[in-house]
Design a protein around this ligand. Structure first.
Ligand SMILES: [Cu+2]
Length: 141
């Protein structure tokens, strides 16, 4: 009886780190998220292909819980900080690429816009600390 209880307790304890891992996973220290295109300060005419770069980590589908991998998110004209304890919002200014895309066709109204990439884990949480690209500014004619 005592042994069974102990076995159950250790099973629960073994699960606990798994639960803590559900969000706020650390990214490798040498991981880099960046824009292949456009470049900071670019002037763009009309719609464009935005290309996402990731070094020292893998791109996977949302829901795939592989180590050292995640999927891209593009933040458009977002100024507030990301909450690392919440999933990345999903709306017109927070685009998710849960099929593992590494590029996207983007259409923006004329004017200045900021773009920033954020890598999200299987459940759309940012890594901890968040893995983000530089925030770039583009001008759409
Ligand atoms: Cu996502």
């Amino acid at each position: 009886m005592k042994i069974t209880r102990l076995a159950m307790l250790s099973a629960v304890l073994a699960l606990a780190p798994g639960l803590a891992d559900a969000q706020g996973k650390p990214a490798p220290a040498d991981a880099v998220l960046y824009f292949v295109w456009p470049q900071d300060g670019a002037t763009i005419k009309g719609g464009f292909w935005c290309r996402f770069g990731l070094r020292n980590m893998g791109v996977t589908h949302a829901g795939d819980n592989f180590q050292n991998s995640g999927h891209h998110h593009l933040l458009i004209d977002v100024n507030g900080p990301l909450d690392p304890n919440e999933p990345i919002p999903q709306d017109k200014s927070h685009l998710h690429f849960g099929a593992g895309q590494t590029e996207a066709r983007i259409e923006l109204p004329p004017g200045k816009h900021t773009l920033q990439l954020v890598l999200g884990d299987a459940a759309h949480y940012p890594f901890n600390p968040p893995l983000v690209s530089d925030k770039i500014t583009v001008r759409v004619k």
